[in-house]
Design a protein around this ligand. Structure first.
Ligand code: GAL
Length: 336
């Protein structure tokens, strides 16, 4: 009897090591990694390399607070912790690979100091240099620096070495993304001119700096959170309006050349609260490897007053004759 009791007690106290695998995307619900912890990779981007997907994003941990300088526009923040990396084979189950670009603790002047802003990391691989190159939004606490920063690594799982930041082509840079074309050229899309006009900057062949060639697009249309993809030779674009962490109606556009002209197509979202992008904001559009025409639209659902509980909305993106749509789904999976 005594033995039986201690066996039962031992079983009850042993932590359960078997975790059920994720089998569906559940937009807006807490999404756990393979260790059972919530995935912490916000405003992020994805890379497919050697049959593996990598997800990079902002680590949002700790208390959300509002610096005085940002109180006029609701710019709450958490201190910078770094950029996380996760890896996956199936896009549903993600292994935490660690903090691949940690915040700097002891030098308040450093651009990665915890008091700064480090947002929207995007990583691409340069075949010629064999480097993984991360671009990100680097800013001062009050968002007045408006720089794009760059870091490199020899492995997708880091550590990344921070190289510095700039105003690309002398122009302000806040929300941004990087798009790598099939010919190997890479472009930085960045909200510029006080967020009023989007800039597209061709990067140098090593992807480490702007090449000097750039275009101004969506002039005066005030867009943030750009995401770009290509299908059958056409370029597609998604972005948000500029309302800080608060959701608004998404924008979309199409072009035959990356330099434009870009034709706006309106809000691609369909379903409940589509007018508010399902309470989300675009972060990245992923072409699913080996499935031409299959794309996943990754949105952030920010929680302005508790940023660490911000969620992800991964939704199927459907191409249409005119452009594309993003329908709401409570849960879904990729067709095999
Ligand atoms: C949003 C932007 C986010 C973050 C936030 C700060 O508009 O897309 O990346 O910068 O503002 O309030």
């Amino acid at each position: 009897m005594k033995i039986l009791l201690s066996l039962t007690l031992a079983a009850a106290l042993t932590p359960c090591v078997l975790r059920a695998a994720n089998t569906e995307f559940k937009p807006g619900e807490i999404w756990t990694d393979t260790s059972g912890a919530p995935i912490n990779a916000h405003g992020g981007g994805l890379l497919y390399h050697d049959q593996t997907y990598y997800w990079y994003g902002e680590i949002k941990t700790g208390k959300t607070w509002s610096p005085k300088s940002n109180s006029g526009w609701g710019g709450t923040r958490v201190d910078v912790v770094g950029i996380s990396c996760y890896s996956s084979k199936d896009l549903l189950n993600w292994k935490h690979e660690g903090n691949v670009l940690p915040a700097v603790q002891d030098d308040p002047q450093h651009e990665l100091h915890k008091s700064k802003v480090v947002e929207r990391p995007k990583v691409i691989y340069n075949k010629a240099t064999k480097k993984f190159v991360m671009w990100m939004h680097i800013d001062s606490e009050d968002y007045q620096l408006a720089h794009a920063g760059v870091a490199v690594s020899d492995q997708p799982t880091g550590p990344f070495q921070y190289l510095g930041s700039c105003r690309p082509d002398g122009a302000m840079s806040r929300d941004m993304t990087v798009f790598q074309d099939d010919d190997g050229k890479a472009y930085l899309f960045h909200s510029s001119e006080d967020n009023k006009t989007m800039h597209i900057a061709l990067l140098s062949d090593d992807y480490l700096k702007p090449s000097g060639k750039f275009a101004r697009v969506f002039e005066g249309r005030s867009m943030e959170a750009p995401a770009v993809f290509k299908h059958q030779g056409r370029y597609y674009f998604m972005a948000s309006d500029c309302t800080g962490w608060a959701p608004n109606a998404a924008r979309s556009a199409v072009a035959d050349s990356i330099w434009g002209p870009w034709r706006e197509l309106g809000n691609p979202c369909r379903g409940p609260d589509a007018a508010l992008t399902f309470h989300g904001q675009s972060s990245y559009i992923l072409p699913v490897a080996g499935q031409p025409g299959t794309f996943i639209c990754y949105l952030d659902r920010w929680k302005q007053f508790d940023l660490q509980d911000s969620r992800y909305l991964w939704l199927p993106l459907q191409l249409t004759a005119a452009g594309f749509e993003v329908p709401w789904k409570d849960s879904w999976k990729l067709a095999k």
